[in-house]
Design a protein around this ligand. Structure first.
Ligand code: BGC
Length: 449
């Protein structure tokens, strides 16, 4: 493997996927708490999550954070990405809960005591239910709600230097507002467009206000980028792939870098302009301090004359390859090289940080070991491609493995395990998988990282 010394290395988790303790110490409910719930609540849905799994049964990071940070350190990582649950700090999205604040202060202090650099995500999909009742991301007022929450956190957790504003807009907006398979379970085209515009504006507004008040902080955001290819060599397939790239990647990134929404040729999607107010074009332009890039796989699209307005069809990975993860995602290492080079080609003059990359498998404990060799192969090949992008000129600064721990994988529940550390969700016992041991050897092979 090539020289890894030029990057920093870390592992990532998020609050909703690991903390459990959903209703203790004054925490308010989030849209995900309720989406998991079997009872009818504001969202009025039966849980659509596989096996009716509930996020409250995850890793108990709330009680085990010291053990987990020490395990991260033992592997040799020096950076830790985690998120703040908005509802722990502000149960209704507005008013402060001191006990929630104390929890994150403790986590951050413990990182520093152990010379671990915290990277804190402000929004990893767990919107306070009280804000959802007021329309959530569909209500334009959320730009102010989010910016105030972000400002409070950056001010309060003053020893944190690196902040990630909003995790993967494309995924939570598509899954939560268009297809209804993530919280808040909505399926409205107009709602999706409005929410998208408000998320993009929130990134812009929060960035500007934070930089104004805290100019020395490093403020970025993280974006899902999936490498997309046409199914065949016909021109129509190329066009389908190009359109899919706009819908899956570019729509949630380009407005922020001054290119506007790339949707002019898709009439229906261009209706997003209905939600514009005077000056929005300028307000979207953001110039973040770093771009967090998250890529897991490649997706393939082909032309489909029967699709009424988009004329494309997704070709699922299980119809075209046998090299799959437990998410039915193709293992395709070159994709991470291609996506990094694509972001590099925008010439943004800002560093790229791989804020997530990893793979899920159906891991089993056998004689106190988890032999997850497929995951080791995934990390080896993907890291090689990240280093190739770096040596080809992309300004990649760091890499976070997803995930430190097995955790609650949203609509998929607990079956797909992404962790370097195996978690027994009943006993909460942790066990380093072979991939964690591999990472330890990989990281200790270099003195500087
Ligand atoms: C999300 C994580 C998720 C991972 C694997 C990313 O979209 O940020 O929360 O667990 O992908 O699906």
């Amino acid at each position: 493997m090539s020289d890894n010394s030029q990057l920093f290395w870390g592992a990532a988790i998020s609050a909703a996927q690991t903390e459990s303790a959903c209703d203790v110490d004054g925490k308010g409910l989030s849209i995900w708490d309720e989406f998991c719930s079997k009872k009818q609540g504001y969202i009025y849905k039966q849980s659509t999550i596989k096996n009716k799994d509930h996020m409250k049964d995850s890793c108990d990071f709330y009680y085990h954070y010291k053990e987990d940070i020490l395990l991260l350190k033992k592997i040799g990582f020096k950076h830790f990405r985690f998120s703040i649950a908005w509802t722990r700090v502000m149960p209704d999205g507005i008013n402060v809960n001191p006990l929630g604040v104390d929890f994150y202060k403790d986590v951050i202090d413990f990182c520093h005591e152990n010379e671990i650099v915290p990277w804190v995500t402000l929004y990893h999909w767990d919107l306070p239910i009280e804000l959802e009742k007021k329309g959530g991301w569909i209500n334009r007022e959320i730009i102010e709600w989010f910016t105030q929450y972000a400002t409070f956190c950056v001010k309060t957790f003053s020893t944190v230097e690196n902040w990630i504003l909003i995790n993967e807009p494309s995924v939570f907006l598509g899954a939560g507002y268009l297809f209804g398979i993530h919280a808040p379970g909505k399926k409205s085209f107009d709602g999706f467009l409005a929410a998208t515009h408000h998320v993009m504006l929130s990134i812009g507004e929060a960035y500007r206000r934070l930089k104004n008040e805290f100019p020395d902080k490093s403020i970025g955001s993280s974006f899902s980028f999936t490498h997309i290819e046409p199914a065949g060599h016909k021109e129509k397939d190329y066009k389908a792939a190009e359109l899919a790239d706009k819908l899956v990647n570019r729509m949630f990134f380009e407005p922020l870098i001054g290119h506007g929404y790339p949707l002019g040729d898709v009439k229906k999607l261009n209706q997003i302009t209905k939600f514009f107010k005077k000056g929005d074009e300028e307000k979207l332009i953001t110039d973040l301090d770093f771009y967090g890039l998250q890529t897991y796989t490649r997706e393939v699209f082909k032309h489909n004359p029967f699709n009424p307005f988009l004329k494309l069809k997704h070709v699922p990975a299980d119809e075209r390859t046998i090299d799959l993860t437990a998410m039915n995602w193709e293992m395709h290492a070159e994709s991470i090289y291609k996506t990094i080079m694509k972001v590099h080609a925008y010439n943004l003059n800002r560093p790229i940080v791989v804020t997530e990359n990893g793979a899920a498998f159906n891991d089993q404990v056998v004689l106190d070991r988890v032999n997850d060799f497929s995951r080791i192969h995934y990390f080896q090949t993907h890291i090689n491609e990240v280093l190739r992008a770096k040596s080809d000129g992309a300004d990649v600064k760091g890499y976070f493995a997803w995930s430190l721990l097995d955790n609650f994988e949203w609509a998929e529940g607990y079956y797909p395990r992404f962790g370097l550390i195996y978690v027994d969700f009943k006993t909460k016992k942790r066990l380093m998988k072979e991939s964690a041991h591999w990472f330890r050897r990989f990281l200790s092979s270099q003195l500087k990282y």
